[in-house]
Design a protein around this ligand. Structure first.
Ligand code: UDP
Length: 242
């Protein structure tokens, strides 16, 4: 389908007033759910996302068990009321894909070999969506895993960059995602900068890809600082209470 021509950036400013290399505002709250082993709530621009972790616990059905390591499962769910045109409830192609790539990204940092035969379930609930939800979901899930006290080699931080009206920009919002030329969501291990997720919508030249990739890694580094601050705050709050 042809996209309508829309000027998404003018005099170096985007529709929401951001500079090309600017993130939307991000707020992270840790430990928001009493009955989950770990949880996090993230507001990222107009996105609102809840992540809950259960486990490590006995894995069912039994045939899924792995005697050498835990199995991390992920369910990404876009709530029917989270988007402009009501989404039909339940899984679809898109949510199955995002669940799969998210589970793979998180499995590369979680020390699964510590929990043979066990299961770790990660739920990502998108309550309000405004583009970039897979990045928000992964960022929230990673904090929820840390809140659950599950040992990890590193924390996963995610961010997208893309191309709008011919320019490479960081962290696309809905209008930019809809009418822009390309979107490149990535997730990295925060300290090592190893890439654990990389997807791309649309087209970029080699040069543009390089620029967008570097911008997205830089964005993920900023996201990591916010994750770290939220986790430190939650640990300090517990100390004060207790
Ligand atoms: N979206 C929607 N209905 C859907 C799926 C997506 O309105 O059934 C919107 C939603 O705001 C989402 C955006 O389209 O954030 C971009 O979706 P995409 O598949 O690119 O994934 P995301 O950028 O959220 O990771």
């Amino acid at each position: 389908m042809e996209k309508p021509d829309m000027e998404l950036i003018k005099d170096g400013k985007r529709l929401d007033g951001r500079r090309p290399d600017e993130l939307r505002e991000i707020k992270i709250e840790v430990g928001v759910l009493k009955r989950a082993t770990g949880s996090a709530y993230v507001e990222w621009g107009k996105n609102k996302v809840l992540a809950a972790v259960y486990g490590p616990r006995e894995l069912h059905p039994k045939f899924l068990r792995n005697p050498t390591k835990a199995v991390l499962r992920c369910i990404y769910n876009l709530a029917p009321f989270s988007v402009e045109d009501r989404k039909r409830p339940g899984p679809d192609r898109r949510s199955v894909e995002i669940s799969k790539v998210s589970a793979e990204a998180l499995s590369s940092v979680v020390m699964l070999e510590r929990y043979p035969n066990a299961g770790i379930d990660v739920y990502i609930e998108i309550l309000q969506a405004d583009a970039g939800t897979r990045c928000v979901g992964l960022t929230a899930a990673s904090v929820a895993l840390a809140d659950a006290g599950i040992p990890m080699k590193d924390i996963v931080a995610a961010c997208a960059a893309g191309k709008i009206s011919g320019e490479i920009v960081l962290d696309l919002m809905k209008e930019e995602d809809n009418y822009g030329e390309s979107d490149l969501p990535i997730a990295v291990m925060s300290r090592k900068k190893d890439v654990v997720l990389l997807q791309m919508d649309g087209k970029l030249t080699r040069e543009e890809f390089k620029k967008a990739y570097e911008l997205a890694v830089n964005g993920a580094t900023q996201v990591y600082e916010i994750q770290k601050a939220a986790l430190l705050k939650s640990v300090n709050d517990v100390k004060i209470e207790g």
